[in-house]
Design a protein around this ligand. Structure first.
Ligand code: NAP
Length: 305
């Protein structure tokens, strides 16, 4: 496993993270298996949100931690807040009460990382800073980041923050590449050249901010995964060829394709299968060549100008 520094005051985090969005409907034993398999593979990073499973994902995870509190110190735990019953809400009161709920459900005293889940158009960066300051000074949150923001939204927020934003969690997979397309197709006049993300990848790289990729196997928004999907036959054939070459499985190659980006990357995977968690961990052990990376991009239906 490889590890990165999100922030100086929290332990190094594995480049593969376990997304806990889908564990809320599982049995406690399943969640225990997921946690132990991940830790055995060197994966110490767990990504939550207060809304996953209506709070049940954090609750089940917290029950496992309650049974064995020694697990906490082996983990880097992140959660998100800011989605409030059908609207986005970065008010101080909402951020603080959300974190209190998160800590209670997870049965822990502090979060290593808190992300603001989706940009609140009405946000007041100074008010967000007040919330962050209270959470940091009370020891409840050790670092802060965002999710689904473009570079301008990050810059606006950062301008009033006393804390450096450490991460931006964004949707990115071989079958969902707007973040990458706009850079490849600059000034072409093609739809793929439309600037949708405002140079966010470049901004993250320039500022050493971690890119956390969500839904690493999905196409569209939760429309399904491209592995073994007939609509992505060319991509699957190419993934298989590389899987055979590296002696791994296709999902491992798809995760490594994301890790191969020059940013500081964490891939947030969401499988509940121990075997697939092991596949994900292996993605940190290989390195695709640049030609293999571009061939996969093209096999996913993209062309280069
Ligand atoms: N910030 C945000 O706005 C945001 C939004 C969405 C998600 N997220 C984060 O990103 C994480 C990942 O999202 P996601 O669940 O959409 O990601 P994903 O890892 O792309 O997809 C997971 C789904 O694919 C299945 N799967 C995984 N590997 C497979 C394989 N090799 N073959 C067949 N099926 C496979 C899983 O089923 P099995 O369990 O059976 O393997 C699961 O149903 C979430 O848990 C969450 O932490 C963040």
């Amino acid at each position: 496993m490889k590890y990165i520094n999100l922030e100086y005051n929290i332990p190094e985090a594995s480049v593969i993270g376990i997304g806990c969005m889908r564990i809320g409907s599982k049995e406690k034993q399943d969640v225990e298996d997921i946690i132990h398999t991940a830790l055995d593979c060197g994966i110490n990073f767990f990504d939550h949100a207060d809304i996953y499973g209506g709070g049940n994902s954090e609750k089940l995870f917290g029950e496992v931690l309650k049974d064995d509190p020694s697990l906490r110190e082996k983990m880097v735990i992140q959660s998100k807040c800011g989605i409030n019953k059908g609207m986005y809400d970065f008010s101080k009161g909402h951020i603080i009460s959300s974190v209190e709920g998160i800590l209670e459900r997870l049965n822990i005293d502090y979060l290593d990382s808190l992300l603001l889940h989706r940009p609140d158009v009405l946000m007041d960066p100074k008010e967000v800073n007040e919330a962050f300051t209270e959470l940091y000074e009370s020891g409840k949150v050790r670092s802060f980041g965002v999710s689904n923001m473009n570079r301008f939204q990050m810059e606006l927020l950062q301008s009033d923050l006393s804390y450096t934003l450490t991460a931006n969690q964004l949707q990115l997979s071989l079958a969902h590449t707007p973040l990458i397309d706009e850079g490849i197709n600059v000034n072409t006049g093609w739809d793929k050249g439309i600037v949708r993300a405002s140079g966010t990848l470049e901004y993250l790289k320039q500022n050493n901010i971690t890119l956390q990729t969500w839904s690493p196997l999905q196409f569209g928004m939760f429309r399904g995964i491209f592995i073994e999907n007939e609509d992505y036959k060319e991509l699957n054939d190419r993934l298989q060829t590389l899987a055979d070459k590296y002696g791994v499985s296709k999902d491992t190659i798809a995760y490594n394709w994301l890790l191969r980006l020059p940013q500081k990357v964490q891939v947030i995977v969401c499988t509940t299968s121990p075997q697939r968690i092991e596949n994900a961990a292996k993605a940190a052990e290989i390195t695709l060549t640049a030609r293999e990376w571009y061939d996969l991009y093209k096999a996913a239906g993209n062309r280069l100008p």
